[in-house]
Design a protein around this ligand. Structure first.
Ligand code: ADP
Length: 191
């Protein structure tokens, strides 16, 4: 299996690149943000539980997120591999993911972190909000999300670095250039 974590701050381009990568490598895309948003729009119990948390730009508690993620993996028993996008966002999530994959006879192949400056992130998300209308893309909520990223999520990087699984890729530039760089990293795993 090829299990990839696509890592980066809000607005790094994880969603855009994931779409291209799943097509090229025949992987299942698991975006915890997308799954949460689907629960919210379908008004499920889980959706009701998390909608306020997400709208404010806070992280959903690990217990909820991890249970949802494991459920999502179980629903795809035929998958050749997964792209995890927006997960893990805390070290506890990273540890839970490792334990779950190991229990299922697999592991994280590699982690690719998209490197983008804060200035570019803010600019991209301001643009996205005009189109998406996502409440959590509003300036004050975005500030909270960036704080969550630098407060909690950034610590996931040394966790994977210690396992020798981390590669950084420049996330600024043409979509196709970034995609080619990501593909080169992934092709290196197969080699
Ligand atoms: P972004 O576009 O900022 O990368 P996502 O679409 O991945 O954001 O996620 C949107 C929101 O969903 C997050 O701000 C957070 O509230 C919640 N969320 C998504 N993934 C996780 C996670 N792994 N742990 C906790 N909360 C999460």
């Amino acid at each position: 299996m090829l299990n990839l974590v696509l890592f980066g701050p809000p607005g790094a381009g994880k969603g855009t690149q994931s779409e291209k990568l799943i097509a090229k490598y025949n992987l299942v895309h698991i975006s915890t943000g997308d799954i949460f948003r689907a629960h919210i729009s379908n008004q499920t119990e889980l959706g009701k539980q998390v909608s306020q948390i997400i709208a404010e730009g806070n992280l959903v508690p690990d217990s909820i997120t991890i249970a949802m993620l494991e459920e999502e993996i179980k629903q795809n028993p035929q998958a050749k591999g997964f792209i995890f996008d927006g997960f893990p966002r805390t070290v506890a999530q990273a540890e839970a993911l490792d334990a779950f994959l190991i229990a299922n006879g697999t592991a994280i192949t590699g982690v690719v972190a998209l490197d983008v400056t804060e200035e570019v992130l803010t600019e991209r998300i301001a643009k996205r909000q005009e189109i998406s209308g996502r409440a959590d893309d509003a300036a004050d909520k975005l500030k909270k999300r960036i704080e969550e990223y630098f407060g909690k999520t950034i610590h996931v990087l040394p966790y994977y670095e210690a396992q020798g699984k981390l590669t950084k890729v420049n996330g600024i530039g043409e979509i196709e250039t970034i995609f080619a760089d990501l593909s080169a990293v992934i092709d290196g795993y197969n080699a």
